[in-house]
Design a protein around this ligand. Structure first.
Ligand code: SF4
Ligand code: SF4
Length: 207
């Protein structure tokens, strides 16, 4: 049973039951229909028309494997425990004579189960090495739930759909990674632009 609201009391101020005018409900309904018909439509004709998503939408997670050090932070912090990582240790020989051997983690498996993921973004936030990124891609529905576990190759493919970061504010300091990459590219370009040195003629000094 619906309760009387203060805006639509069911009784008159004198306490008598309020009578509704016959057909007023129909008129109100038609007024709502008319108002809605004249408003701009908000329905997206998906999939014929693709929705215009914000560039940083949380669609799927991409893995940039080269940056991953298998620190396990993302897997430990994931509230849904839906990141699966396997790795083994490898010994790296000493870089200099008399130096110490080092051990490093080698990634064997990296997978995310998107049937469990709640798109909180914690894994991306906590990754200290910038190995995980949001991609706005969202069309990866599957008929078999097991196919929603994306292995490292699939996660790598998503990486190519990650949008470029937004431009820096005017006057902002250049990020150190970009500065290092730019200097390396400039050095390489300068080395390639230098004319090759001509071999000296051994007869020249003898005469
Ligand atoms: S977005 Fe959240 S739930 Fe999904 S894998 Fe990352 S930490 Fe786990
Ligand atoms: S937090 Fe980053 S570096 Fe560490 S295991 Fe996860 S993806 Fe790899």
């Amino acid at each position: 049973m619906s309760r009387p609201s203060p805006d639509h009391p069911t009784t008159t101020p004198s306490g008598r039951p309020r009578r509704s005018v016959p057909g007023s409900g129909l008129a109100k309904g038609l007024a709502v229909t008319l108002r809605t018909m004249t408003k701009k439509t908000v329905t997206e004709q998906y999939p014929d028309a693709q929705p215009a998503l914000p560039p940083r939408s949380r669609g799927v997670i991409g893995l940039f494997e080269e940056n991953c050090t298998v620190c396990m932070l993302c897997a430990r912090e994931c509230p849904d425990w839906c990141i699966y990582i396997d790795s083994h240790k490898e010994t790296v020989p000493a870089a200099t004579p008399g130096g110490r051997e080092r051990s490093r983690n080698v990634l064997d498996r990296f997978a995310i189960d998107f049937s469990l993921c709640m798109y909180c973004g914690i894994c991306i936030e906590v990754c200290p090495f910038d190995a995980l990124f949001w991609s706005p891609e969202f069309e990866y529905a599957e008929t078999d739930i097991r196919d929603l576990t994306h292995e490292r190759d699939k996660l790598r493919e998503w990486m190519w759909t990650v949008p470029a970061p937004p431009a820096l504010d005017p006057g902002a300091e250049e990020p150190k990674e970009i500065a290092a990459a730019r200097k390396a590219a400039e050095k390489l370009a300068a080395a390639q632009a230098e004319p090759p040195t001509e071999p000296t003629d051994p007869q020249e000094g003898a005469s």
